[in-house]
Design a binder for this molecule. Sequence first.
Ligand code: MSP
Length: 653
Amino acid sequence: MHNKKFYITTPIYYPSDKLHIGHSYTTVACDALARFKRMQGYDVMFLTGTDEHGQKIQDKAAAKGVTPQQYVDDIVAGIQDLWKLMNISHDRFVRTTDPYHVETVQKIFKQLYEQGDIYKGCYKGHYCKPCESFWTESQLKEGKCPDCGGDVYEAEEEAYFFRTGKYAERLLKLYNDVPDFIQPESRRNEMIAFINQGLQDTCVSRTSVKWGIPVDFDTNHTVYVWVDALSNYISALGYGNDAYSDYDKYWPADLHMVGKEILRFHTIIWPAMLMALELPLPSRVFGHGWLLLDGGKMSKSKGNVVDPVVLCNRYGTDAIRYFLLREIPFGNDGNFSNEALISRINADLANDLGNLLSRTVSMAEKYFGGTLPVAADRTEGEFDADMVAVIKAMPENVSSCMEKLLIPQALAEIFKGIQRANKDIDETAPWVLAKDEANRPRLAGVLYNLCETLRFAATLLQPFLPDTAPRMAAQLGLNTANMGFDSLTYGTPESYTVAKGEVLFPRIDTEKELAELEAMHQAAQPAAPSEPVAPVGEPIEHLPEISFDDFCKVELRVAKVMDCEPVKESKKLLLLKLFDGERERTILSGIAKWYTPADLIGKNVGVVINLAPRPMLKGKYVSEGMVMAADMPDGGASVVFFPDDVLPGSAIH
Ligand code: MSP
């Protein structure tokens, strides 16, 4: 045991609406990391909170006829309830409307201004009058306001700027000197490329947004977004205020966990601000991927967000925590679907974990009345050495994955032990051993090793499944107070006295459950307007007939859209990055009028793979293939999608 500290933070969430299951992912991941470190004896500070200022919240409050403060108070109460429901063990919850945070932000802003790192300038952008909002070129939708769809005009506003550009060299040096600072590695390269393009200063105040922290020496201005939001990581420790006094103890942060889209702010603006303030820098910033919904982005506007409260109430918090932590690979996107969720619950939790516990406890009760004899033969059997080696390796393997933030792999290591134990039951066939009295020491040894696996699993699962682990411990006759990481030495309990309890995770009838979910979904949908029947039988202008061999020359394959963005130089084109089963390829597709990137990211599409690469837009891009789409009667295009379970690279015939 040691008293090393570990300071971990989530992003602070916008309380503009209820949070969805994607937001829960970040917090659950941080919770598992925080709990794991606590279990290893670290002095942990786990911070989360809410980012409460800005135009959007001001507008939402106005629409509801309440003050912005009333609006956020209501949503924040819901967020705090959600974290209770999801068993989040944060030590502190910061709100950017808390007076101590406001005090810190005003002090930081003033100091940066007085030392010349913040200066007054002019913000240029596209202004929408009814929405009183500035938009950048890329935020506009077909040249119109993305909120109301109305006209925008070029306008200027007096604003303060932070000299981010001044810190470009120091930031590059930081990434070089501390290679772990940005993770995963691929995102570090993205940030380096971003800085190398030329780093602009950052606009840090607004006169048009009233719901914000006033710049105290120039009260026409409010502090704009990032100086306010990012400062939470130190204000919540008492930097620049007297509300707390643990800044010296916990700062710098050991890990800022953030979604990939806000990594830039955390690895450029935030360290630049800290450099300007001459404060130590965080050790690591991890940019995780998104949880997609049926392959697409979750968005309130698409009405496809999944409510974590509904999911936790239906399947249990630990099942949802497990799914989130197991399903999103390190740094990449993961997919949420009802099928995937049910399959994880059934395969991993009900079958592997639940069955091992119930079979072990039942056999210990049946053959030994619940208490295993002490002098059992534990290591002599044919399969024991392997089984014991797997048990002994679990703590180190799990801990090393957690150190590298490989959370799904850490869980996989625990389940490797569970699966090995299930296999051991098949190999040793305790019911056969039980037939001969002479085998009793051996039988007790087999059951002891199963109990040991379950003890190791229960101990290591505590950070991930905080409700389930104690339920396992109770059936194994263990006291959770003695289940720290250091307790994981093979052979320490002399014996086990077990007692059967409730089934950990009841198996879900997949077909019935999916039908029920579909019915619930349908009931919640507004009635669909009846579709006009498409005309059939129109004459079609055909191409000349080709041979089968000719057809075989066209290589059609499924590819997964990993990333997609509009192309500045063309309103028609989208720039897609696709994984074709072998490598990433770039394709420019003329579907921007009918699809947004969010419609495509995560989806499987059909691609003509062996089309000669074609330079486009004056050679700025090279398109390596063609996305298959059907012509629509209105002149639009309908992309051919393949289901999620089709593997990228699969041939299309
Ligand atoms: N307020 C800023 C963060 C300021 S931190 C100083 C913000 N808030 S947010 O509410 O929009 O997003 C908070 C976090 O939730 C982000 O890290 C974001 O990536 C994450 N997620 C939102 N949707 C998500 C998924 N569908 N999947 C995974 N994480 C997602 O940005």
